[in-house]
Unconditional design. Structure first.
Length: 209
């Protein structure tokens, strides 16, 4: 027999179901954003955030099971809030895609901080209250990490780096480079020139030593 998880006595299970959907969406978004970036530092940040969201999913499933809920039914009945619009900000030449994905992620993380803070107050089970307070701190860390990176880009203090298109090692053009700057991969010894492609910096091979 199906349970109505929206009833008040199932509040803890319902808010965990809503959170489980959010964490699944966050993990999928970070995986997609990793595929969109060629920047090692941004990729590493997104990968770390995805790992953290995956850990949150495991914790939620553990507590849902502890309270004898059915995750598949709860997530159907207890829908999460809609994702917010991206954080507003001006474009910086060379960072179109990077800023788009980072500002979207920042907006969602801001929402998560607020939501988990509210859910920690709504929860009645002591372990669930503690869980959401922990999630709120974690998401605040995500906000800080994304915010610092965005501000470095906006202030021209960000080191422009890529995975080498030839061998996959990291190549760097330094902070605030200009189009036409050159660098060479230390591993495969291929040289690259920095160019602008549809609003994004891109390394273009021009010489092999």
């Amino acid at each position: 027999m199906s349970i109505d998880y929206t009833r008040p006595e199932y509040t803890d299970l319902c808010i965990m179901g809503r959170s489980l959907i959010l964490e699944e969406m966050a993990s999928a978004r970070y995986a997609e954003h990793q595929r969109l970036t060629r920047d090692p530092a941004i990729h590493a940040l997104l990968q770390g955030l995805q790992r953290n969201e995956d850990e949150h999913k495991r914790e939620l499933l553990r507590h849902i099971e502890r309270l004898q809920g059915r995750a598949e039914e709860i997530t159907i009945q207890c829908a999460p809030p809609e994702e917010p619009d991206s954080v507003a900000g001006g474009m910086v030449p060379g960072y179109k895609t990077s800023l788009e994905i980072l500002r979207k992620d920042l907006a969602v993380e801001h929402q998560a901080v607020r939501l988990y803070g509210e859910l920690s107050l709504q929860a009645t089970d002591p372990e669930v209250k503690k869980l959401f307070a922990h999630f709120a701190r974690a998401e605040n860390g995500h906000v800080n990490g994304l915010g610092y990176l965005i501000r470095d880009i906006e202030r021209g203090k960000y080191d422009v780096s890529f995975f080498c298109p030839v061998c996959g090692w990291q190549i760097s053009f330094g902070p605030d480079p200009t189009v036409g700057a050159e660098t060479r991969c230390r591993m495969c010894h291929v040289s690259f020139r920095l160019e602008m492609v549809e609003g994004d910096f891109a390394p273009v091979e021009f010489k092999t030593l």
